[in-house]
Design a protein around this ligand. Structure first.
Ligand code: ASP
Ligand code: MG
Length: 408
């Protein structure tokens, strides 16, 4: 007998018929002799609807009250599912975040879980009841309702799995797993049987659509095995596990692309102590996240500095840098919004040499120019012209042996 946490996302509970389908899946798992704790999202579109409603009251709703409002979405689905289960003669109890003792900090709208007092859940489990917990919500130490950020019910589920020391945390969603590339642009992309926490954390553009990134950090910290799978089929999905449990020994597990960044270059910047700080401090103060940074080698006491920022912040960042360039006597500032960042990710890189050269050679064969390069232990990223993003993903996917029917 196992203890299984099952989280169902918005599309899986989009209407009563789908919640009925969830009830059946939960019951099936119980009948197989398991204890089940269910964590639910709000019905698809409901959180957006609530946000919209608040937006009609005021453009900047009070954060505390907004969380009280947003938490109602999950309250509805939890109560409905518990009701259905009871009606099918399975004892069940719904618990809201505060009732399940999901204690968070006071960062309304993006709260972090500090601890979960699992005793209430355990009492119900002792009685062999099904516990249905409203995801996405908790409360601070004063008892005020908080929410965990968009997609936060994934983190609720993983945190509850960690607190209960569950055997597995199953995330039921509308995709059937994690793919080696975005199947919309790479027809040969295939579903991975397993992926490590670190790879998943690095696959932000592929993975973040499926799991809230914070839930993956949580799973890694507490070593919770996570199974991402579809709620509309019985097929196995993708296991997100620690590195040692990954069965597939791939050098590269995925190729991702990101078109959300823009590049800014400051040309002929004086090469002196304190200059980088002058360039980046105002960007940080403006709350703009910098991703890649490259500084060229010194020539004639000057250097060029290039970095990337989210496209949405490009205009603001350019304005800031134009001012800074004057202050520090840099020759000029220019930028480019039409870029894409292509990354290959894999823990196998740690023990294999030549991954970077395969990547560069593959791009070279297609005559794709590399504008920037950055590397980490398990990832190599190249910035290229945006128009080549799809082609780059496809050729790299093939070059690293990821195409369907290979290496399986
Ligand atoms: N309902 C929340 C959202 O739409 C939380 C979640 O579904 O995970 O973001
Ligand atoms: Mg989600």
């Amino acid at each position: 007998m196992g203890l299984i946490i099952q989280k169902y996302g918005g599309t899986s509970v989009a209407d009563l018929k789908r919640i009925q389908n969830v009830a059946k899946k939960v019951i099936k798992t119980c009948d197989q002799g398991n204890l089940v704790v269910v964590v639910l999202s709000a019905m698809a579109g409901v959180t957006d609807g609530l946000l919209n409603m608040a937006g009609q009251v005021t453009p900047s709703p009070d954060k505390r009250e907004l969380d009280v409002l947003l938490a109602t979405g999950e309250q509805t689905t939890a109560a409905i599912l518990a009701m259905m289960l009871i009606n099918m003669n399975y004892p069940a109890y719904s618990l809201l975040g505060y009732q399940a003792n999901v204690i968070t900090d006071r960062e309304y709208g993006n709260a972090r879980i500090l601890e979960i007092g699992a005793q209430r859940i355990k009492e119900f489990l002792k009685k062999k009841a099904i516990v249905v917990i409203a995801g996405f919500q908790g409360c601070d130490i004063k008892g005020d309702i908080t929410t965990l950020g968009r997609g936060g019910s994934d983190t609720s589920a993983v945190a509850i799995a960690a607190a209960l020391d569950a055997d597995i945390c199953e995330i039921y969603t509308d995709v059937d797993g994690i793919y080696t590339a975005d199947p919309n642009i790479c027809k040969k992309a295939r579903k991975l049987k397993a992926i490590s926490y670190d790879e998943m954390l690095n696959m932000s553009s592929l993975g973040a659509k499926v799991l809230q990134i914070r839930s993956v950090s949580f799973a890694k910290k507490y070593n919770v095995p996570v199974h991402v799978r579809s709620s509309f089929s019985e097929e196995e999905g993708t296991m997100v596990v620690n590195e040692d449990s990954c069965m597939e020994q791939l050098v590269v597990s995925g190729v991702t692309h990101n078109k959300d960044e823009a590049r800014i270059t400051l040309k002929k910047v004086p090469d002196q102590p304190g200059i980088a700080a002058k360039i980046f401090s105002p960007i940080a103060e403006a709350g703009i996240l910098v991703d890649m940074i490259i500084q060229n080698t010194r020539a004639g006491g000057q250097t060029d500095l290039t970095f990337t920022v989210p496209k949405a912040d490009y205009k603001r960042a350019m304005e800031i840098e134009h001012k800074i360039a004057k202050e520090i006597a840099a020759e000029k500032v220019f930028g480019d919004k039409n870029i894409a960042k292509i990354s290959v990710i894999g823990v196998g890189m740690k023990n294999h040499s030549g991954v970077a050269s395969v990547m560069f050679n593959t791009l070279c064969r297609e005559n794709i120019n590399i504008i920037m390069i950055s590397t980490s232990e398990i990832r190599i990223s190249c910035v290229i012209e945006e128009k080549y993003a799809e082609l780059a993903v496809q050729v790299l996917h093939t070059a690293f042996g990821l195409d369907e029917n290979e290496n399986i």
